[in-house]
Ligand binder design. Structure first.
Ligand code: GH3
Ligand code: MG
Ligand code: MG
Ligand code: MG
Ligand code: MG
Length: 312
């Protein structure tokens, strides 16, 4: 009898335990002027494992939101003193887009346009008061899952799969911002293009997997060495670096070139030695693209004159 009647609650408990683990550390903000509403919603969300913060009007909510950058979702009442839900939405959406922070409007108003107004002002979803535990849990979890899918798509779009470095798209999007800033401030930038020497030979000797190990090894050295510069893998064994401090570029690249020369990638038990050639330019020319073209010309000269060297 007990077994037969506990199947539903057993499934419920399994689901809940899963949620508790999944939601641990996920931060949600509940904004409502009613103390009892805040308590009810907080209780429901705590059961789901969420870390819940509260605010009793829009202005307080803005302060909480900008203090806690890890808030992923806001449950937002409409009528509140000081700043209502609509004005909170207007203020937040000027700074944080829909795909970075989920906002779910809540209202018990009988105005039939309430939900549409919330959505038009930038809410991701709407829930009608009074609501039950199940609907709240479904909407909150669904909106968070959507945010997390977007986050992983964003990550994939801007990173190289093999090395986890930024890719070409990330380099040019972020690099253009730095380039424009340097042009308007009149400060010189430097750009470097790096290319592993005789990489085809590494592939020939150790196979494609051996080549991949070298690429990962190189990427690890690169991100450890150039930890403040913008670094990206832009092609097979080609990498771009953008220096905001142009004066340091040559010395930092030379130290890196030596580091690459003196360390080896481990392919199984085999130490694979390799070197890198580097072309640098420190002009601010008409575009970032053009700067990299000039750096690439220097890379070509570095290759021509014997490899494992830098041309500035
Ligand atoms: P150089 O010193 O002139 O740069 O000679 P190189 O052999 O490095 O020249 P090249 O740029 O022609 O060779 C690059 C090779 O990199 C060709 C390509 O098969 C290989 N490659 C490109 N992407 C990958 C990758 O993701 N993994 C591996 N293992 N090889 C790759
Ligand atoms: Mg209210
Ligand atoms: Mg080449
Ligand atoms: Mg090469
Ligand atoms: Mg190449």
């Amino acid at each position: 009898y007990v077994l037969k009647n506990s199947i539903n609650s057993y499934e419920y408990i399994v689901e809940l335990v899963g949620r508790l683990f999944k939601n641990r550390g996920r931060r949600v903000l509940v904004v409502d002027d009613s103390q009892s509403m805040r308590a009810i919603v907080t209780g429901m969300l705590n059961t789901q494992g969420f870390d819940v913060l509260t605010a009793c009007d829009g202005e307080e909510a803005l302060a909480v939101l900008f203090e806690h950058k890890d808030i992923k979702l806001v449950l937002l009442d409409h009528e509140m003193p000081v700043m209502d839900g609509f004005n909170f939405l207007l203020a937040v959406r000027r700074k944080i887009a829909k795909d970075r922070l989920a906002i779910i409007g809540m209202s018990g108003s009988n105005n039939p346009r309430m939900s549409a107004q919330f959505l038009k002002l930038g809410a991701n979803d709407f829930i009608c008061k009074p609501f039950g535990y199940e609907e709240l849990a479904c909407r909150v979890n669904q909106n968070l899952e959507m945010q997390e899918s977007l986050e992983s798509v964003r990550y994939i779009a801007y990173h190289d799969y093999l090395t986890a470095l930024f890719n070409r798209r990330a380099f040019f999007e972020q690099g253009s911002v730095l380039f424009e800033a340097a042009v308007s401030a009149g400060t010189p930038l430097a750009a470097a293009v790096m290319d592993i020497d005789f990489f085809k030979k590494i592939n020939d000797v150790y196979g494609h997997d051996g080549g991949d190990v070298v690429l990962k090894h190189f990427a690890t050295l690169l991100s450890a060495h150039f930890n403040v510069e913008l670094v990206a893998r832009v092609g097979g064994e080609e990498f771009f670096i953008l220096f905001v401090n142009a004066d340091e570029a040559y010395a930092r690249c030379e130290a890196f070139r030596v580091k690459v020369e003196q360390s080896a990638a481990m392919f199984g038990k085999t130490a694979v030695n390799y070197t890198v050639s580097i072309g640098i330019t420190r002009l601010v020319s008409q575009s970032l693209d053009h700067m990299l073209k000039l750096a690439d010309d220097n890379l070509y000269k570095a290759k021509e004159s014997g490899r494992n060297r830098i041309i500035l």
